[in-house]
Design a protein around this ligand. Structure first.
Ligand code: GDD
Ligand code: MN
Length: 355
């Protein structure tokens, strides 16, 4: 199979020559029929001129010059537009991604194990080196949020390959930094394989992620939420479980207090616990479709923790609405329930029941 590997560049003069020669070496050593497409956004540091020089000596290297900095995702898409390969790939220019994994990603597709191969830092064997604690935390957080949409462990990586046919006629939004997540959600692939890589924080130059990237990430996520119908199915099941739990809660509270004459606060603790347990089982089986026994102890504890956090937030909101804004307490509670339900749903979806 032929591979078209896109390398987007913006101010990568110190890195690009070394990377290209490593990639070409990998192509040769592993008999890979590949081409490199570098997409440069008129880098002020002269990356473009250097590329033209490299280009003259190499038939396997192609270059697209764009007028101005237009973002990573659009650079990748633009590169793929002129690709001749059956497999489309991308990697960073700054040696963060290991060229010796190119063959592993490609072979996973060639051998039919996957039609989408992802160089992953968060599967067993994957690693991150030389990146600041802050950057790592940000990456972890973005990952956690993405769990709402996918089970892929590293949907933010910038190193992956996909069969061209999987994105044929798929409309991809070129805004922002996170093209992989977009393809995971919208692509027509059937099997994704994550292959462990070691990511090395950049040695030369500076990272180009800023506040605007974070904004566009959030904006994209909101768009995906409406795109994915799966989310609403889960939400409906979750609400159904919640309804059953509420009915249980109220009837147990009533019976214990009125029929057996138990002090109402004690009844309340009891009925709350039973409702929560019922919620747990219903969500485990119905909403998130797991086997009853799978990791049951750990998951129950996680579920309880999420419930407690939600309860705390519930009480806080209740207090703020009632005591600070002077809203009638039953109305406050009705408003607080919305927030609480969202915490419960998303907390359990991305943490307790994440695959
Ligand atoms: N053409 C073009 N235009 N290239 C760009 C642009 C742009 O506007 N912005 C960045 N690039 C190129 C860089 O030159 C580099 O080759 C690659 O895209 C990644 O940019 P970095 O600045 O190195 O990004 P990073 O290290 O912060 O982010 C990397 O890691 C993230 C996960 O931790 C990238 O691989 C991201 O895709 C990845 O999500
Ligand atoms: Mn980088």
């Amino acid at each position: 199979m032929k591979l078209s590997l896109v390398i987007p560049t913006y101010n990568e003069r110190e890195n690009i020559r070394g990377l290209i020669s490593e990639v070409l070496w990998e192509f040769k050593a592993n008999k890979i029929d590949g081409e490199i497409i570098v997409v440069d956004d008129n880098s002020p540091d002269g990356t473009g001129e250097l590329l033209d020089e490299i280009l003259r000596k190499n038939r396997k290297v192609r270059v697209i010059h764009r007028e101005e900095k237009m973002g990573l995702s659009s650079a990748v898409l633009e590169g793929w537009k002129i690709a001749k390969g059956d497999v489309l790939g991308v990697m960073d220019a700054n040696l963060s991604h290991p060229p010796d994994k190119i063959k592993d990603l490609l072979w996973s597709i060639e051998k039919g194990k996957a039609d989408f191969a992802i160089g992953s830092r968060y599967v067993r064997g994957g690693k991150i080196m030389g990146r600041s604690v802050g950057r790592n935390a940000m990456s972890k957080l973005a990952n956690l949020v993405a769990r709402v949409f996918t089970n892929v462990k590293d949907p933010m990586t910038g190193f992956f390959m996909i069969r061209k046919s999987c994105i044929k006629d798929v409309e991809l939004d070129p805004n922002g930094f996170k093209i992989l997540l977009e393809i995971i959600i919208k692509g027509k692939h059937k099997n994704i394989q994550e292959i462990p890589i070691t990511f090395v924080g950049r040695v030369e130059g500076r990272s180009k992620v800023g506040i605007s990237e974070i904004f566009s990430y959030v904006k994209n996520l909101i768009g995906y939420a409406s795109y994915q119908k799966l989310l609403s199915r889960d939400l409906m099941m979750f609400s159904f479980a919640g309804l059953v739990g509420t009915i249980l809660n109220l009837s147990i509270l009533y019976f214990m207090t009125e029929i057996f004459g138990i002090y109402y606060l004690i009844s309340a603790v009891f009925s709350f616990s039973i409702a929560m347990t019922s919620n747990f089982f219903m969500n485990k089986i119905l909403t998130f479709r797991e086997k009853i026994t799978f990791n049951i102890g750990r998951k129950y504890l996680q579920f309880v923790s999420v419930s407690l956090v939600a309860l705390l937030v519930n009480l806080t909101f209740l207090f703020i609405f009632t005591d600070i804004f002077g809203i009638y307490y039953l109305i406050s509670q009705a408003m607080a329930i919305g927030v609480t339900a969202l915490i419960n749903f998303f907390g359990n979806k991305i943490w307790t029941f994440s695959k």
